[in-house]
Design a protein around this ligand. Structure first.
Ligand code: NOJ
Length: 695
């Protein structure tokens, strides 16, 4: 991937330099400050935005303000009434869509489809820029192997190669060919770095890891984002090996700016600079501000630490004006790249059209259908046959929940619930929620269970509420919340041989081995977004064949966490006949479903792995009765003198769509390597399903 060339700012740079030379300290710090409007609040509002502050030039950037009219009105104050006429930069959490909500990032990751990843980012950018926005706090690139951590929902899953592929596609999608395009939005790679490794999966906890782990697992998605030209980066809230990321000069100025060559804007996370005091590395705001500035943080989001702390830090000799000027310059260059000086009102000037919205809804439906993961399908319980269905469970009539933990500007009333989707597909069904998502009320289970007697098949809609994953939503128990398991047990017992299909909604893999064993079909629906119900109906009825794969190993027991395919070998690999080998005495080592697992309505067989100059090639046949699309993965295992390497490393993936009885070949490019290695190709990371070839 070629790095997007930075424009040469000969004329404009002098304009920016002149501005900096004209600025008071307060105006400079204004460009380094991002304050929330109270339009959409994502944390404690510390500095209430005041129009006077914008007029005075002491707020240069805002978050949570969107909507063309609001934006134009506030922008006008900055551009026409402030002394230096510098336009505001407006950022927002455009995470997986804006008005049109796409599946949560973890679900999108499981599509293994760069074109789709790019398309949804492009669509989100179009909607967000029509709402006057300039900066999306996305993509979230935190590799995570611990589903207790709620933010696993927002990221790429467990694998760095996958994270890097998503990074490239998302940056392309958001930023388009040039940031100056009216429909382009600056992307923000976050949270740099290691946030996904919080101790015990507990939100905002500490992280600690080896240099090798950082380099091989957590940095690659950020490296890819920088190579793709990402405009901004957000440091993680967390500390890494004892140094908070917001003050981590070695990783920000050293690795990110120095080694990777990142020359964009570093924007702190929400209040993170002030939180350096809680981390215990600063005594007051002046020290905190100085540490962040020295580390390379250009914009202070919501801590008010630069405004209150930097003047004091300058007096104390803790900070330098040269560092302040550099930060201001980077912010102004970003505004320039977005073409804000030339025309601050262009984003938001042209209203969105109904046609464009309809196209994005169609995309949302298609993507949501392809992100569903068919984990199990005993006796081809899916697609549904003819007959009446009992729809049971608290997630069936829950349109708003379908948006997942971040919904941008998506409205609940614009979301399609499962019930609405089934109704629109013309299915004959009866519905009873049985229980609520949370809570102990089991008094309606009996009436829900009774529906089983009147139908031919049962659809159980279970799982988490949207807000049970995402930020500040770590969970220590990953079973079904409330009394849903009780409902499931009752229904499975009552259905007596009728197919029971479980749709599981969640922002993470839930640990539900009994449910998985009892269900005839199990679908990881994640949170599918605005078009949830329609997409689900498409897959249930067979109008679309599922093709999603799980981007994270699915644990069978809490005690296995973290369970991931890229583990290093043991000196005593598990051997059932030898007690003193690596194993649990009470549960298998293997996850319930391996990384990459996901069934289709076809049946794929692969054979004849060979390696040529083009890569690793296999023959593929669809021996099933339905057309379907399969994703194949390329893994390698390397041996290196003196160093252990993961037993499998993902190096590529590719898709093939085949009609029933059709055959084809799939070739996945194989990156060059020195030294001996074994190449594996298969439909998941399950060792039993991989073809291998030693090179
Ligand atoms: C805190 C989150 O960590 C970050 O991802 C988000 O962009 C900011 N809040 C702004 O809402």
């Amino acid at each position: 991937m070629q790095k997007t060339a930075m424009p040469v700012y000969t004329g404009r740079m002098s304009h920016i330099d002149k501005l900096i030379a004209d600025m008071t300290l307060a105006e400079k710090i204004g460009q380094m400050t991002m304050t929330a409007s109270d339009y959409a609040v994502t944390g404690p509002v510390i500095t209430p935005v005041s129009e006077d502050s914008i007029r005075a030039g002491v707020i240069g950037n805002m978050l949570n303000l969107y909507g063309a009219e609001h934006v134009q009105r506030i922008q006008k104050i900055a551009v026409e009434e402030s002394r230096l006429h510098i336009p505001l930069l407006l950022g927002y959490d455009v995470i997986h869509g804006h008005r049109t909500v796409f599946p949560i990032p973890l679900a999108e990751a499981g599509m293994f489809d760069p074109a789709a990843w790019e398309a949804t980012a492009r669509a989100a950018a179009q909607e967000a820029t029509a709402d006057g926005l300039h900066l999306a706090f996305s993509p979230m690139l935190d590799v995570a192997r611990d589903p207790r951590w709620g933010r696993i929902a927002e990221g790429p899953g467990e694998d760095p190669f996958l994270g890097a592929a998503i990074a490239r596609a998302k940056v392309r999608g958001y930023q388009n060919l040039s940031l100056s395009d009216v429909g382009a939005i600056a992307a923000c790679a976050k949270h740099y770095v290691g946030y996904g490794a919080v101790t015990a999966g507990r939100e905002y906890a500490s992280t600690d890891m080896s240099a090798g782990m950082l380099e091989e697992v957590y940095l690659p998605p950020f490296r890819a984002a920088v190579e793709a030209g990402v405009a901004s980066v957000m440091p993680a809230f967390t500390d890494l090996n004892g140094v908070p990321m917001t003050a981590n000069r070695a990783l920000l100025r050293g690795t990110l700016r120095g080694d990777m060559g990142f020359d964009g804007v570093i924007v702190s996370d929400y209040n993170a600079i002030a939180e350096l005091i809680n981390h215990g590395v600063a005594d007051d705001l002046a020290e905190a501000a100085a540490l962040a500035l020295k580390a390379g943080v250009d914009i202070d989001m919501m801590a008010d630490a630069y405004r209150r702390g930097l003047p004091v830090a300058l007096e104390r000799g803790l900070a330098s004006m040269a560092d302040i000027d550099d930060a201001v310059r980077r912010v102004l260059v970003l505004k320039e790249r977005l073409d804000l000086f030339a025309d601050p009102y262009r984003r938001g000037r042209t209203p969105d059209t109904a046609d464009a919205l309809a196209r994005r809804r169609a995309l949302a439906r298609d993507v949501a259908a392809r992100a569903l993961v068919l984990l199990k399908n005993r006796n081809n319980a899916l697609p549904l046959g003819r007959g009446r269905l009992a729809v049971i469970g608290p997630l069936a009539d829950a349109a708003g929940e379908m948006r997942g933990p971040w919904w941008g500007a998506g409205r609940p009333e614009d979301c399609v619930s499962v019930l609405t989707g089934l109704r629109q597909a013309g299915l004959d069904f009866r519905f009873a929620p049985g229980v609520q998502i949370e809570g102990a009320d089991a008094s309606h289970i009996a009436e829900a269970e009774a529906l089983c007697d009147e139908v031919d098949a049962v659809l159980l809609c279970l799982g988490e509420a949207a807000t049970m994953s995402g930020e500040a939503a770590s969970r220590a128990h990953l079973g079904l919340p409330g009394v849903q398991q009780q409902l499931a047990d009752a229904v499975l017992a009552r259905a007596k041989g009728k197919p029971v299909i479980v749709l599981l909604f969640s922002g993470r893999p839930l640990v539900v081995p009994e449910l998985a064993a009892g269900a005839d079909a199990l679908v990881a629906a994640w949170f599918p977004g605005s078009e949830a119900g329609n997409a689900i109906a498409d897959v249930l009825t067979g109008r679309a064949s599922p093709s999603g794969k799980t981007p994270i190993s699915w644990p069978r027991a809490m005690g296995q966490i973290p369970v991931f395919f890229g583990q290093r070998p043991s000196g005593r690999p598990f051997n059932p006949n030898d007690h003193y080998t690596s194993h649990y005495s009470d549960v298998d080592n293997a996850p319930l479903f391996p990384f990459g697992h996901g069934l289709t309505y076809g049946a794929f067989e692969i054979a004849s792995l060979r390696v040529t100059d083009e890569g690793a090639t296999v023959d593929v046949a669809n021996t099933g009765a339905r057309a379907a699309q399969e994703t194949l993965f390329l893994f390698t295992r390397q041996t290196r003198p003196g160093v252990t390497r993961p037993v499998l490393e993902l190096k590529g993936f590719a898709k093939i769509a085949l009609e029933p009885s059709a055959r084809g070949t799939v070739t996945i490019p194989l990156p060059a390597s020195t030294g001996p290695r074994t190449v594996f190709v298969g439909p998941s990371a399950d060792p039993a399903r991989l073809l291998s070839l030693a090179l």
